[in-house]
Design a protein around this ligand. Sequence first.
Ligand code: MN
Length: 226
Amino acid sequence: MTYLFEPADVPALPIAGRAELFPVRRIFCVGKNYAAHAAEMGSDVKAVFFMKPADAIVPPGGPVPYPPGTNNLHHEVELVAALASGGRDISKDAALDHVFGYAVGVDLTRRDLQAEARESGGPWEASKSFDASAPCSALRPAADTGALSSAAIKLSVNDQMRQDADIADMVLPLPAIIAQLSALFTLAPGDVIFTGTPAGVGPLSPGDKVHASIDRVGALDFAIER
Ligand code: MN
């Protein structure tokens, strides 16, 4: 069996201290998972799920262009959990057994198109699921980070702090996210979960330098291409 044309490369993330790459299968995202962010968006506090295509991942050092079709590109720093195994109807108690490791991700968002989608009740893909919309750091194995129920999560733009919070403030903590997602989707090895952003989201311009970090997980640096 041959393909009509060469299949695309498998999107992948490096793993700190390991030679292997982590192959990304799907990107699940959680919206409105910090009360202070839901409030700044004028939303109710109820976590929602959406997705990005796997090839929206930008591994460390990869290019992050300013996307077409928007005048209001926003940053959202998020804890990313990467699954080495999956299944359906995973219990909260067993959820963290499926997590291989963690990373620092930024859920780039065309905020103007998201506002239009909210207004019209339309889908979110154009606002959330565009090319290079998921810059992500190397993964740090959970064996190295230990349990991550609390850790400082920060993002600065051109050395000015924009987001400064703690992952302990998630509405749905990671075990609950995995339990709820696995009741809706059969989770699989390679799935990664962007777990939502704290307050302080804001606009990015071409040339801006973004620095994002989560204690014990790592850091991510990228610039928006001019
Ligand atoms: Mn987000």
